[in-house]
Write a protein that binds this ligand. Sequence first.
Ligand code: MF3
Ligand code: CO
Length: 250
Amino acid sequence: MSISIKSPREIELMRISNHLLCDMHRELEKLVRPGISTMDLDDAAAKFLAHHGVVSNFLNYEGYPANICVSVNDEVVHGIPSRDRILKDGDIVSIDAGCIYKGYHSDAARTHIVGKASPEVQKLVDETRNAFFEAIKVARAGNHVYDISNAVADYISPFGYGIVRELVGHGVGTSLHEDPQIPNYHMERRGPKLQPGMTLAVEPMIALGRGDVVWEEDEWTVVTEDGSPAAHYENTILITDGDPEILSLY
Ligand code: MF3
Ligand code: CO
């Protein structure tokens, strides 16, 4: 396994790619309300990307057929946008997206609540986001990749939520998925050492029930086996000499 260290020039391109993505997430969030379809979000993403002269890194990735992933309720990740999937009050909707700017990839996901969710579901969404911020406290040079994994697992375990194990965070740079893999579950070893210049997508995927998942017939959409709602929160971060820089938030 070899983890790429980005040069200052590459880091600047990663920053721009991720800032654009952050802006896009802000635009998409404004559209989330009962009555819109998940394809409306994809349409808006396509427009934003074209307007900024960048392309989606999800579109055509291993044959993926849309610009972004939109996953509703028990859909954990990789939901394919559809005109027939209409958001309704109380749904949770995860939007996962990325773009390529001058060859450099960004990757970030947010879970939004449509209207008002039950307190239980609201808490799931909040704690999934909190798990990300807790985990990146240990994302420092000298620590190791699986320290991030263990921090997510340690934060989430007391709530009794299910951690999705079949999908993991990852390095990101000139490809969407680079080494290393970053599980969200407890690891015995500490894994590779973190070094300044590494860019990583840290992405807890957490279910209200068990974390077991199955793939739907479209061969993309990942759903919880028990039908419980799941939340996803992801940012691309840069390992530095000090605190990590969250590239996809500014
Ligand atoms: N952000 C997603 C991930 O890290 C990428 C989805 S690729 C797609 O797994 F093809 F499904 F869009
Ligand atoms: Co990712």
